[in-house]
Design a protein around this ligand. Structure first.
Ligand code: SF4
Ligand code: SF4
Length: 378
């Protein structure tokens, strides 16, 4: 049976602005079904790295908070610390970055930020999943302790998973540092010395500070590599490779298994929202944002974490790609934008595997919210 995915486009009128429409979308999608009075509700978002501008606008997050509070639940904003050295790698700089990006207590309807895995990413709770790749997964404790979850993901491209949506936000984003490392552990890039020209691009952009240059050739210190794949997309000569066929499917499967772990104690207590806006080619962990590959589309909400990502991919792929962006092939409506960005990545594997292990279904019904007409006097 198909899962409902509720969709709002970005048209607004004097009868209903976009935050109001978003509130209506969330109610339609079933927020009242999943939240009870006093439910400690983790709103899992990405606050954006310092310098990034594609993360979800705070005004929309505020409306989500207000809608949750109307149910009597007690929301808090959360994310887990990053693996790489950046502005969100410990709770102090993470919260500081969040505030600088507009998520201050006062603008978020007096809602606190609680970093899920604590000061240094060590506050984790192991959750048994008994899946193909992971027996246990390691999740930021405060997300495990929360009694309900609302995932709010910014939908965009991603170097390793093709796209990043709900599954990435929940599975990767909620993992503690150990959990993130576990998911990236088999991404092990290698440098072809023959073609390396020693330009240093890879080293300059390596968030793990794992690459050094010697005699105009690049070398990776394995122990420092966090498997983010940034060097691969940076290299102008294609000298950095991984075994895409073996590595990426396992990475995606682990991400899906982590999502199962996060949702294990939240059966019928989780709602998923994807903002399909500012659809950048790479994730919001970067300290800059490249031009969007298609125009803004809208917001989707669902109780099914697989259906919502499938619907989001389809909505993006239906668009005309924008020229003069990172998207060089697959620009026509109907063509695969994520394959166009990352030809070596089969994004569909994460959804196929998620469906296979019962996380949700790729079969969905898109329920479109109508835009309320202008007031009669106008
Ligand atoms: S994958 Fe590349 S960029 Fe990422 S940490 Fe490893 S060496 Fe650095
Ligand atoms: S980016 Fe590529 S060519 Fe440049 S130093 Fe690194 S591996 Fe060599």
């Amino acid at each position: 049976m198909p899962s409902d995915v509720f969709f709002m486009d970005l048209s607004a009128t004097s009868r209903e602005n976009l935050p109001d429409k978003l509130g209506r979308l969330i109610n339609k999608a079933g927020i009242k079904k999943i939240l009870g009075k006093k439910d400690h509700t983790a709103i899992k978002i990405h606050f954006g790295e310092k310098g990034n501008t594609a993360y979800i606008r705070p005004v929309f997050i505020r409306r989500i908070i207000e809608t949750i509070k109307k149910t009597g639940a007690m929301p808090f904003l959360t994310d887990a610390n990053t693996l790489y050295v950046g502005t969100r790698c410990n709770a102090v700089s993470h919260i500081t970055t969040a505030i600088e990006n507009g998520f201050a207590y006062s603008s978020m309807d007096n809602t606190p930020i609680i970093i899920a895995d604590g000061l240094f990413g060590k506050s984790e709770t192991p959750v048994t999943v008994d899946k193909k790749n992971c027996g246990q997964v390691y999740i930021g404790s405060e997300i495990v302790h929360a009694t309900a979850l609302v995932s709010v993901a910014h939908f965009k491209g991603h170097e390793l998973s093709g796209f990043g949506g709900t599954i990435k936000n929940v599975g990767m984003g909620s993992a503690s540092r150990r959990g993130k490392l576990d998911q990236h552990s088999n991404v092990s890039p290698k440098i072809k010395r023959k073609t390396c020209i020693g330009c240093g691009e890879c080293a300059a952009h390596c968030p793990g500070e794992a690459i050094f240059l010697e005699d105009k050739k690049a070398y990776i210190t394995k122990e420092k590599c966090i498997g983010c794949a940034e060097c691969i997309v940076r290299c102008p000569t294609g000298s950095i490779t991984i075994n895409w066929n073996q590595t990426i499917p396992v990475f995606m499967e682990k991400m899906v298994e982590y999502t199962c772990g996060v949702l294990k104690n939240k059966q019928n207590k989780a709602l998923f929202i994807n903002f399909i806006t500012d659809i950048a080619p790479k994730c919001d962990c970067l300290s800059y944002t490249e031009s969007p590959i298609v125009n803004n589309i809208g917001v989707v909400a669902s109780l099914d974490p697989v259906a919502i990502d499938q619907a989001s991919v389809d909505l993006v792929n239906q668009q005309q790609g924008l020229s003069h962006t990172a998207l060089k092939t697959g620009l026509a409506p109907g063509e695969d934008k994520f394959k166009g960005l990352y030809p070596d990545v089969d994004w569909s594997h994460q959804l196929a595997y998620a469906e296979e292990i019962g996380l949700g279904t790729r079969d969905y019904k898109l329920v479109k919210l109508r835009t309320l007409a202008y007031k009669k006097s106008e």
